[in-house]
Write a protein that binds this ligand. Structure first.
Ligand SMILES: [Zn+2]
Length: 218
C-alpha cells in the first residue's frame, strides 16, 4: 500500500459514514447526499440521518471526562419531510390484518418522492402464524421509500417483541404494530427506529383509531 493512502475498503466505509467537526460560529454544512454521518459537538457525539422523507439528529454518546471540546453545540431534531401519513392507509392495513386474523400479516406504507403520494404495499408473506411472520420486502418503484413498516399481532396486543427489536435494529423507519385485530378498537403501537435508536410514539394519532373503526363499519 502507498504511504498515506487508506485501503479502498476503509476509504469506502468512511465516505459512507463520515465524521464532521461542528463549527462554533456557523451552522454545520448540510449533508450533500442522503445517508448518515457523525457530528462531533461540544455536547457529545450525534448521529445524523438524512433521507428524502426524514431527517433526524440524535445524541448517541456523551463525553465521560469534562475536557474542553472546541466545537459547537448540536441540537437534536426531527423533520418529517414526507408530511403526515393519510389515516386511510392505516384503515387499509387494519382491513388486511382483520382478514388475516388470527394469523399475522405485514405491509409497508411507502412514499413516492416524485409524486409525494403514499400507498400501502403488502409484504410477500413466506410463512405466517399466530405469533410469527416471515416475509420478503414488497416490490417498490425506484422512487418509493418505506416510511412505516406495519405488522399485525393477530389476537395478541400491540407491542414490540424481542423479535421486533432484533428485526428493527439496523433500520431507519417507523414501525407500527396492530394488535387485538378482531376487536372494534384494535390496539396500536408505533415507534421511530433510527439505526438502533428506538423512540416510542406515545400517542398514535386519534384519526388512525377512527380509520380502524371506519373499516369495521365498511
Ligand atoms: Zn411484532
Amino acid at each position: 500500500m502507498n504511504a498515506g493512502a487508506l485501503n479502498p475498503a476503509d476509504a469506502a466505509l468512511q465516505r459512507s459514514f463520515p465524521t464532521v467537526m461542528v463549527p462554533r460560529r456557523e451552522p454545520v454544512a448540510p449533508m450533500q447526499a442522503a445517508g448518515e454521518r457523525l457530528l462531533m459537538g461540544e455536547n457529545g457525539v450525534f448521529l445524523e440521518i438524512d433521507l428524502p422523507w426524514l431527517s433526524v439528529v440524535r445524541r448517541i454518546a456523551h463525553y465521560t471526562v469534562p475536557t474542553a471540546i472546541p466545537y459547537g453545540k448540536v441540537a437534536e431534531s426531527t423533520e418529517l419531510r414526507c408530511g403526515a401519513v393519510p389515516p386511510e392507509l392505516i384503515g387499509e392495513f387494519v382491513a388486511m390484518a382483520r382478514a388475516a386474523h388470527p394469523l399475522e400479516t405485514g405491509a409497508w406504507i411507502v412514499w413516492n418522492v416524485e409524486t409525494k403520494r403514499f400507498r400501502l404495499a403488502p409484504v410477500k408473506v413466506l410463512s405466517q402464524g399466530t405469533g410469527s411472520l416471515k416475509y420478503e420486502r414488497p416490490e417498490l418503484l425506484a422512487s418509493e421509500l418505506r416510511v412505516i413498516d406495519c405488522h399485525s399481532h393477530g389476537a395478541h396486543p400491540a407491542y414490540f417483541s424481542p423479535t421486533d427489536n432484533e428485526d428493527d435494529r439496523h433500520e431507519t423507519k417507523f414501525a407500527f404494530v396492530l394488535g387485538n385485530c378482531a376487536s372494534s378498537v384494535p390496539s396500536m403501537a408505533m415507534r421511530l427506529c433510527a439505526k438502533g435508536i428506538f423512540e416510542n410514539v406515545e400517542r398514535v394519532p386519534s384519526s388512525w383509531y377512527a380509520a380502524a373503526r371506519a373499516e369495521e363499519v365498511a
